[in-house]
Each structure stands twice: as C-alpha cells, then as structure tokens.
Ligand binder design. Structure first.
Ligand code: ZN
Length: 430
C-alpha cells in the first residue's frame, strides 16, 4: 500500500503538470522489444487472421449485444460467452463461483498467468431493447461499446492466437467478468483477486471504453453509501413535534457538504463528493417514517478517499445527534449502508506492462494516452499487481445511454494492439 501511495503522489504530480499525458517517455528497450515482436512471423500471421476474422467479429458483437446482461443478471450472456470460448479453443473453460467466465490457454512454462478481461454486464435493466440498429455503418444499441466490444476483442485475440499457433511462455487467462458496473461494484474482479478464486493472476489487462491509445494505469477509487434515517412517522398536525427523518436528513446534508467543501478547498489531489439521490416520505401531510440519500465520493489518492469517507460518516452522525437533542419528541435513527467501495491507486509508468502498452500503441503509429479511471483494474492496482485498461478501438460514444453507438473504423488495429500487449507480457516462447 505504501509503495502505491508514493507512486500515486509522484505520478499525480506528473499528471497534473500535463506531461504525463503527452510527454511520458516510452523507454527504448520496450520500443525495440515491441518492434521485434510485432515483426515476428507468427505475430504477423495472427494479425492477418484478425483482419480475416473481421466479419465474424462484427457478427459476434451483434449476437452478444442482443443478449441482455443487467447487473446481477449476466448468466445468459455468460453462458453464451463460455460456449464461444470453448469453440474458439482453450485448455480449460469454466464459470467460477461469482459467475465470471474463464478460459485458460496454457503457456510453455506456466509460471505466471496474464489475464485479458472485458466485463459482461451492462448498466441497462433487463427490459431494455438491446436490438442492434444500423445507421449506415454505425451500430447502435445499449452496451455495444461498453463493454460488449471488449468481450468480442477477448474472443478474437484467442481465436487469432490459436489460428496462428502463437505459443506463449506464461499462461493466458481470458476473462468475461461480472459486476463491473454500478452496484455490481467490481464483484467479479474482487472475487478473482480474493483467496477463494482458485486462480493466481500476475498481470491484468482489461479492455473497457475509449478509442485506441488508452493506457489506463490509475484507479479512481470511490466510496458510496445509502444513508437511511428512520423515525415513527405520523400526522403532520396531530403528531407535530415528533422527530422527522427528512428534517434530520437536511441537517446531515448541510453538515456534510459544509465539511467536505472545506476539506477539498484546502487543495491536494482532486477529491469529489456528490449526493445523487434523495427519497422517502408518503404524503405532504405526513411526518415520514423514512428518509434516505445516496452519496458518491471519489479520489485518486487512497488517503484522501479515506479522509473524505470519515468526514462523511462523522458529519452525518453528528447531524443526527444534534437533531435528536434539539427538543424533538422521540428520535431519528441512522443506518449507513455501504453500496460501493472501489479502491484507488496509481501504477508507475515505468512498470513493464505500462511500458509495453505504450510501446505497442506507438508500434501502430498511435499516441498513447495515460489515463486514470474506475475500471476492473482498480482491484489489481490497489494490490500492487500490474494492471492496465486498454481502449476498445473504433469510434464510439453514448456509453451508458440508450443511444450508444460504435463504428468499426480501424477496429482491427485495437485487437492487434491488445494481442501484442498480451504476448509481450506473457513472453513469446522460442
Ligand atoms: Zn465498462
């Protein structure tokens, strides 16, 4: 954790001065390594297969997009993906206890395991129309880019490696993970990096969002709560004077927003807070029996995330205590329900996986963009395990909206880049 904090502070400086995005050098040894690997006959043949597979890759994208995969409802799509991985060929394909789909492709030594992941779930409820529509060459459907395109890239990388007969030194583990979005709270990847997973992953590569060139090496952590305020409830006139959960909630919001604003105004790594939903109550002339709100807090710096979290808990508790001792009848109780916990961290740009991702991007004459975000990579990054999130390529937009679209503009290039990073990280067996 300490090492990550130091990296986080150093790299935050780099990011805020701007040259992290544009001027972070790719070390020569990695540029040379990537040039050599990219030109290897077997890799060139895998690239040619990726081009050849394009019509199939598009067909797979439409097929998977049209299987709904709401949070906690990914099973149908997971089963279809498992069948596709079996058909593509792997040493072992299975679905783990959390619902993640895994396909192992053994390396010659198998000392280490490099995972290539995309998430199965979308943000859309089960009843959403997920039929793919065509606007010229543009494909339009909820979830088509985030992250169904990523799933198809995982599949195509496996197919191309098999067809070309690429042999790696380390194992490759192809992953379709569950629960990346919203209240899923990274449950799939959390399970994979827990003691119960039965797999040991040494490097993690996710494909999630963004055009080619995305090299996400930072984990934007977040903490989310639903705060419940409960009381007896009663008639607005007849029971007047009874503790009112809405009134206590108002005080809690005021205390928290004031303290949190003071905290972020003092400077330091960007830290945000937002109350996104408020609810409760039955009618205008009833004292409600329940009031609730949801809060989201984010920071790149694990220490600041910890601090804003404790500011939140203290101010809400203080507000309820002050409200209850303000002369009201009876009491309002407070219950804090944790609904999201994603750790933060930032990996050094000198890490081989990050360098390889940057060098592979340059190999395809694209500019690497170092980014930070909230992805499956948060979990390995927070544990100090090399992790990167790469772009899904092509052109796209409208993620998390019903109008999400994706256009296959040089999409194959992003698949080749992903394959190159995987093979570089796993090592090409001689
Ligand atoms: Zn995503």
């Amino acid at each position: 954790m300490n090492k990550i904090t130091i990296c986080a502070l150093l790299s935050l400086f780099v990011l805020t001065t701007g040259w992290g995005q544009n001027g972070t050098e790719t070390l020569k040894e990695y540029t040379r390594q990537m040039d050599k690997l990219g030109k290897a006959k077997v890799i060139q043949s895998a690239f040619a297969y990726i081009d050849e597979l394009e019509p199939r890759t598009t067909k797979d994208l439409i097929f998977l997009t049209e299987i709904p995969a709401p949070p906690f409802g990914e099973t149908k799509r997971a089963n279809a993906f498992r069948d596709m991985l079996v058909e593509a060929g792997a040493d072992r394909v299975w679905i783990d206890a959390e619902g993640n789909v895994l396909a192992l492709r053994k390396g010659t030594s198998g000392d280490k395991t490099i995972a290539l992941d995309a998430h199965i779930d979308t943000v859309f409820p089960i009843e959403t129309d997920v039929k793919v529509k065509f606007r010229g060459d543009t494909l339009v459907a909820p979830g088509i880019g985030d992250d169904t395109r990523g799933m198809v890239m995982v599949l195509t990388v496996l197919r191309a490696l098999n067809k070309a007969g690429v042999q790696t030194r380390d194992n490759l583990l192809f992953v379709g993970s569950v629960g990346e979005e919203g209240l899923g709270d990274l449950r799939g990847v959390k399970h994979l990096f827990s003691d119960q997973s039965g797999v040991k992953i040494d490097s993690w590569i996710s494909i999630d969002g963004g055009s080619i060139g995305r090299v996400n090496h930072g984990a934007l952590g977040s903490k989310r709560y639903r705060a419940h305020f409960k009381g007896k409830g009663g008639h607005s006139w007849g029971a007047f004077g009874l503790a009112n959960p809405h009134h206590a909630l108002g005080k809690a919001v005021e205390y928290f927003v004031q303290s949190a604003s003071d905290y972020v105004a003092k400077g330091g790594a960007k830290t945000s807070f937002n109350i996104g939903r408020i609810g409760g109550g039955t009618s205008v002339n009833s004292i409600p029996f329940e009031s609730w709100f949801e809060v989201d807090m984010r920071s790149l710096d694990p220490h600041r995330l910890y601090e804003i979290d404790s500011i939140f808990r203290k101010s809400v508790e203080q507000a309820v205590a002050d409200y209850n001792s303000s002369g009201v009848k009876d009491k309002v109780s407070l219950d804090l329900e944790k609904i999201g916990d994603r750790p933060s961290g930032l990996l050094s740009t000198e890490l081989p996986l990050i360098q390889r991702s940057m060098a592979a991007t340059q190999y395809f004459n694209e500019k690497p963009r170092l980014t930070t975000g909230s992805t499956n990579g948060n979990i390995p990054i927070s544990k100090g395990i090399p992790a990167v999130t790469l772009g899904r390529g092509g052109k796209g937009g409208g993620a998390h909206s019903l109008d999400e679209w994706w256009l296959n503009k040089d999409g194959a290039k992003a698949i080749k880049l992903t394959l190159l990073v995987c093979v570089a990280e796993a090592g090409l067996a001689k």
